[in-house]
Design a protein around this ligand. Structure first.
Ligand code: NAP
Length: 503
């Protein structure tokens, strides 16, 4: 269904990933049913719709990587493969009656605030115009594939694939394949394709800390246990506790709980146990502390470098040529297929959201952040951008399960919209004072984080933005959930012709 038939709606949601679906569910719950989701792709699931490369799977335990109110008992493994998460998204869209309000293949290119009538005017790539009282951004963060700025990248005459746009029609069997990048996507892809290809060269710029993963098939007994509420609660508690200790506690409270050093010992021992050749081991050992960039979890990645047909190349890439890759030492690496495992645009001013968002002053949100550094009240709202809320914003996400983020942020948003409805407001805007206070609080808290150790300068980590900030929320998951329920609604101004009348 296109957006051509749609002109006016109370709430426009951008993105039908789990953020957008979770927002739709949360709005329906409080009777705010006049919403639409505008989605670029032709299916739901966001990350799990677009990322279908071989080996794709979640690296947060499935028991906590799901909505608390829609827990599954039938995950096949402790860490679900991507196709099960895509299926889960489909099931949520059906079970919660969302599908008929999703407009697929509708890419929002611009949203501009109209102060005259307190509405957002959205323009889509197809030229449709949608007017919405409220705009909720669920376009995620790791959304837009990053093409490396390597000379000649367009000139390669063989097949070029990006992990986030995998073409399953390309047969890798017997091919000479080069993979650029060693982030989480490559870590999952490399062991999966290595046995099929004739030769695999992995071009590594910065090694990644790789940990073993408690990734096991769930037995019949485990699945039966998950069908009981006690079993589900126990699984969720264990999964969440593991995530909480390994990310929020280790990263944000590093000076109080110096777990990163111990984690480094675990990762080094794992590396020693997996890779036979000492030179390769040395090349795979990061020169930065655990936590400076997102680590990976995989049981087969490191051992893949023992294979005869796999080569780890750490010489810098000079150029991509029509026939392969030339490294700085002058060596030509002939390739049939080039895989770009080069990640995504990150917390960059032109990437959150993935479209131009023009606020009250005519400035875009990106320009606002360029000028003021990335910031958003509770990671949700920004002064000067009335009636706009984002599920993922600066200092909203603490790095744990994305679903915990979605549930907390949509709770925040729903509180605002419910208050607006109660008082008859057609304009809701966070105050500059509240935003400043929150940002100052985030700055006050950050010295305890792991990101400020000297070795992070060697990590090349996408956590750091152009200002050198890491816009993650220094909070436990429970702390963030609590704040979404207790923040002061007077941090927002609710205005509009009907406000006085209804109060
Ligand atoms: P990434 O972590 O950003 O890794 C990109 C890789 O490409 C890095 O190794 C980077 O090297 C390299 N690279 C980029 N440009 C390059 C260039 N011009 N020359 C040479 N190398 C270049 O991307 P990703 O692996 O797609 O993962 C992104 C994030 O997605 C993860 O951190 C994770 O949050 C999420 N993810 C999660 C899962 C999961 O849950 N299982 C799976 C995949 C992804 P440098 O390090 O030197 O920059």
């Amino acid at each position: 269904m296109s957006s051509a038939d749609l002109r006016e709606v109370e709430v426009a949601i951008v993105g039908a990933g789990f953020s957008g679906l979770g927002t739709g569910i949360a709005l329906d719950r409080v009777g705010l049913r006049d919403w639409v989701i505008l989605e670029d792709g032709d299916g739901v699931g966001g990350t799990w719709h677009w990322n279908t490369y071989p080996g794709v799977a979640v690296d947060i335990p499935s028991f906590s990587y799901q909505f608390s109110f829609a827990q599954r008992a039938d995950w096949s493994r402790t860490y679900a493969p991507g196709r099960e998460l895509k299926r889960y998204a489909e099931d949520c869209a059906d079970a919660y009656g969302l599908r008929d309000r999703i407009r697929f293949s509708t890419r929002v290119e611009r949203a501009a605030w109209s102060a005259e009538d307190n509405r957002w005017i959205l323009t889509t790539a197809g030229g449709a115009v949608v007017r919405a009282r409220f705009l909720i951004n669920g376009s995620g963060v790791l959304t837009t594939p990053n093409l490396p700025n390597i000379p000649g990248v367009e000139s390669f005459a063989g097949r070029t694939l990006h992990t986030a746009r995998w073409d399953h029609g390309v047969d890798l069997v017997g091919q000479k394949v080069g993979v650029i990048g060693t982030g989480a996507s490559a870590v999952q892809l490399v062991p999966e394709i290595a046995p099929q290809v004739a030769a695999l060269t992995v071009f590594q710029r910065t090694p990644i800390w790789c940990f073993p993963k408690a990734d096991v098939r769930l037995s019949g007994a485990a699945r039966r246990a998950l069908r009981t509420s006690a079993g589900r609660s126990a699984g969720r508690l264990l999964g969440q506790a593991f995530v909480e200790v390994t990310f929020p506690l280790a990263a944000h409270f590093h000076t109080r709980f110096p777990l990163a050093g111990r984690m480094e010992s675990v990762a080094k021992a794992w590396l020693s146990s997996q890779v036979r050749d000492p030179e390769t081991r040395a090349k795979l050992t990061p020169a930065y502390g655990v936590g400076c960039k997102r680590p990976s979890f995989h049981n087969g990645y490191l051992a893949t470098f023992n294979r005869e047909n796999v080569h780890l190349e750490t010489e810098a890439i000079d150029e991509i040529t029509p026939t392969g890759i030339r490294t700085r030492d002058g060596v030509e690496h002939p390739l049939d297929v080039l895989v770009l495992a080069t990640g995504f645009k990150g917390v960059e001013s032109d990437n959150i959201p993935t479209y131009d968002l023009v606020g009250e002053s005519g400035e875009t949100l990106g320009e606002f952040w360029d000028r003021n550094r990335a910031q958003a009240y509770q990671g949700v709202s920004v002064p000067g951008f009335p009636n706009f809320f984002t599920v993922f914003g600066p200092y909203g996400y603490n790095g744990a399960s994305y679903f915990a983020l979605i549930e907390a942020q949509t709770h925040h948003i729903v509180r605002c919209l419910t208050r607006a409805r109660e008082v008859g407001a057609d304009r809701v805007e966070v105050t500059a004072a509240a935003n400043d206070r929150y940002f100052a609080e985030m700055m006050r808290r950050r010295p305890t984080q792991v990101f400020w150790q000297d070795s992070c300068s060697r990590a090349n980590s996408y956590y750091f933005d152009q200002h050198g900030d890491v816009a993650l929320r220094r909070s436990t998951t429970w702390g963030a959930a609590r704040e979404s329920r207790t923040f002061d609604l007077d941090d927002y101004q609710f205005t509009g012709a009907a406000v006085g009348a209804r109060r």
